[in-house]
Ligand binder design. Structure first.
Ligand code: UDX
Ligand code: UDX
Length: 440
C-alpha cells in the first residue's frame, strides 16, 4: 500500500518506518527540513531502541522516503496518516492548528479516493472536523473517508509497541475504509476493534486517563502508607495480584511526566466540561501528580534541615528510562524547586543531559553516578534507568558528604540500603519494618 505520514515525530516516524518494514511504500512528511534531511540520511532524529536499524534498512530498500511536501505525498498515496503534534492550548484542550493545516493541504491535493487516518491525540469530534476541512478545501470532487486509529505506543519501546500492540482500534463511519486499514494491520496479527469515529476518539483518552488514574491512585495510597507505617510497594503488589486490578501502572513515586499523560488528562477534563459534565475525578489525577515533586523535596529539606547551600545529586533526568525526552519530566520540577531554595544541583542522565542543560545551565552535569555522589549531601533517584540498579553503593557512600538516599522511584531495597548505612527514603515506604513483610 502507498502511505503518507504527516508529522515525523515520535508517533509519525515510528509508524511510518514500521509500515515500510511491513512492505508498504511510505513517504514521511514533516515541516522541519532538518528532520526530513536527517531521515533521508538514515539518521533518526529521535532516540528509540531499534529505530535506526529499521530506518536504514527501509531507506536502502527504497520503501521509505521523507519530504517537506505534504501535497506531493498525498497525491502519491492511498492512505494518509495525520501524526502532527497537538500541543495543549491555553484552555488545556489540544491546539488543533497543525491538524487543521494538514487537513486543508490534504483537501487541496486530493486527486482520487483516499483514506485519511488520524493518529494524533485529538478530542472527540475531531474526525468530523477533519472531514469538514477536507470538504471545504478540495478542488476536485473526489471521495474520501476519515478514520480514527489512536496510537498507544510508549516512548522508549515505541518500535516494539507498534509491532506488538495490545489492540488496534479502528474508528470509521464507513466499513470500506475500516477494512482497508484492517488489511494494513493484518500482518501484525493483533486483536482489532472496529468502532465508529467518536468511539475510537474516546477510547484513546479514556485509556490514557485511566492509566494516569492508576498512578495517582497509588501515589495517594503512598501518602497514607507514609503516615501509618505501611509499605506502598507491598500494597501495590498485593493489589496487583487481583486480576481485576493488575500490576501495571501501580508504581508509586514522583508521578507521571511525558508528552501524553499530563496533557491528555487535562484535555479530557476540559472535553468533559465542554459537554457540561463534572471533570472533578479527572482533575484530581493532576492535582495529586503535581504535588509529588513538592512532597519529595519536603522530605529532603526535613532531613537536611534546609536546602540553602546543600548539594543534591540527581540520578536520571528523562521523564522515564530509555528515552531522551524531557517533556514534563519530574526532574525539571525537582530542579526548579531545589534551585529556588538555594541548593547546589548535580545531575547525571545517560542521554537526556543536553536537553536539560538548555533549560538549566546552572546545574552541574556529571559523567556518571559516582561523580554525582561526590560531596553530595543527598542523592535522589529521579528516573529508574537500568544502569542505576546495580551501583556500587559502598563507593557511593564513601564519596558522599552525608549518605542520604532519596528514592523517587522505589528502585532500591530499603533494608539493604539502611543496612549499608544510608539514610533511605522511598516514596510511601518510610516504615522500617525490620525485615518483616519481605516480597518473595
Ligand atoms: C504524538 C501525537 O501526534 C500527538 O497528537 C500526541 O498528543 C503526542 O504524540 P509526537 O509524535 O510525540 O505527537 O509529537 P512530535 O514528536 O512533536 O512530532 C510532531 C511532528 O509533526 C514534528 O516532527 C513536527 O515538526 C511535525 N509537524 C508539526 C508537521 O510536520 N507539520 C505541522 O504542521 C506541525
Ligand atoms: C503513555 C502511554 O503509556 C501510551 O499508551 C500512550 O500512547 C502515550 O502515553 P509514555 O508517556 O511514553 O506512554 O510512557 P509511560 O511508560 O506510560 O509512562 C508515563 C509516565 O508515567 C512516566 O513518567 C512514568 O515514570 C510514569 N509512571 C508509569 C509511574 O509513575 N508509575 C507507573 O506505575 C507507570
Amino acid at each position: 500500500m502507498k502511505i503518507a505520514v504527516a508529522g515525523a515525530g515520535y508517533v509519525g516516524l515510528v509508524t511510518g518506518v514500521v509500515f515500510a518494514d511491513l512492505g508498504n511504500e511510505v513517504i514521511c512528511v514533516d515541516i522541519d527540513p532538518a528532520r526530513v534531511d536527517a531521515i533521508n540520511k538514515g539518521q533518526s532524529p529521535i532516540y528509540e531502541p531499534g529505530l535506526d536499524e529499521l530506518l536504514t534498512r527501509n531507506l536502502e530498500e527504497g520503501r521509505l522516503s521523507a519530504t517537506t511536501d505534504l501535497a506531493h505525498a498525498v497525491r502519491e498515496s492511498e492512505v494518509i496518516f495525520i501524526c502532527v503534534g497537538t500541543p495543549p492550548s491555553e484552555t488545556g484542550e489540544p491546539d488543533l492548528r497543525y491538524v487543521d493545516e494538514a487537513a486543508a493541504t490534504i483537501g487541496r491535493a486530493l486527486n482520487g479516493y483516499k483514506i485519511i487516518v488520524n493518529k494524533s491525540t485529538v478530542p472527540v469530534g475531531t474526525g468530523d472536523r477533519v472531514r469538514r476541512i477536507i470538504e471545504q478545501h478540495r478542488t476536485e470532487p473526489h471521495d474520501f473517508d476519515v478514520v480514527s486509529n489512536p496510537e498507544f505506543l510508549r516512548e522508549g519501546s515505541a518500535v516494539h509497541d507498534t509491532l506488538n500492540p495490545d489492540r488496534i482500534v479502528i474508528g470509521a463511519d464507513n466499513p470500506r475504509a475500516a477494512m482497508k486499514i484492517v488489511e494494513l494491520y493484518a500482518p501484525l496479527e493483533r486483536p482489532m476493534l472496529i468502532t465508529n469515529l467518536a468511539t475510537a476518539e474516546v477510547i484513546k483518552y479514556a485509556s490514557n486517563t485511566f492509566l494516569a488514574l492508576k498512578i495517582s491512585f497509588i501515589n495517594a495510597i503512598a501518602d497514607l502508607c507514609e503516615r501509618t507505617g505501611a509499605d506502598v510497594v507491598q500494597v501495590a503488589k498485593a493489589m496487583g495480584y487481583d486480576q481485576r486490578i493488575g500490576h501495571a501502572f501501580l508504581q508509586a513515586g514522583l508521578g507521571f511526566g511525558g508528552s501524553c499523560f499530563p496533557k491528555d488528562v487535562l484535555a479530557f477534563a476540559r472535553t468533559v466540561q465542554r459537554y457540561n459534565l463534572d471533570p472533578t475525578l479527572f482533575e484530581q489525577i493532576l492535582v495529586i501528580n503535581d504535588a509529588r515533586p513538592v512532597q519529595f523535596i519536603n522530605r529532603i529539606r526535613e532531613r537536611l534541615g534546609g536546602l540553602q547551600g546543600r548539594t543534591i545529586g540527581l540520578l536520571g533526568l528523562s521523564f522515564k528510562p530509555n528515552t531522551d525526552d524531557i517533556r514534563e519530566a519530574r526532574s525539571l520540577e525537582v530542579i526548579r524547586l531545589l534551585l529556588t531554595e538555594g541548593a547546589v544541583v548535580k545531575a547525571y542522565d545517560p542521554v537526556a543531559m543536553p536537553r536539560v542543560q538548555a533549560i538549566y545551565p546552572q546545574v552541574h552535569y556529571c559523567r556518571n553516578a559516582y561523580e554525582v555522589a561526590e560531596n553530595a549531601d543527598a542523592l535522589a533517584l529521579i528516573t529508574e534507568w537500568n544502569e542505576f540498579r546495580q551501583l556500587n553503593f559502598e563507593r557511593i557512600k564513601s564519596l558522599m558528604r552525608e549518605p542520604n538516599l532519596f528514592d523517587g522511584r522505589n528502585l532500591y531495597d530499603p533494608q539493604r540500603m539502611r543496612k549499608m548505612g544510608f539514610y533511605y527514603y522511598g516514596v510511601g515506604r518510610a516504615a522500617d519494618n525490620g525485615g518483616f513483610g519481605t516480597l518473595l
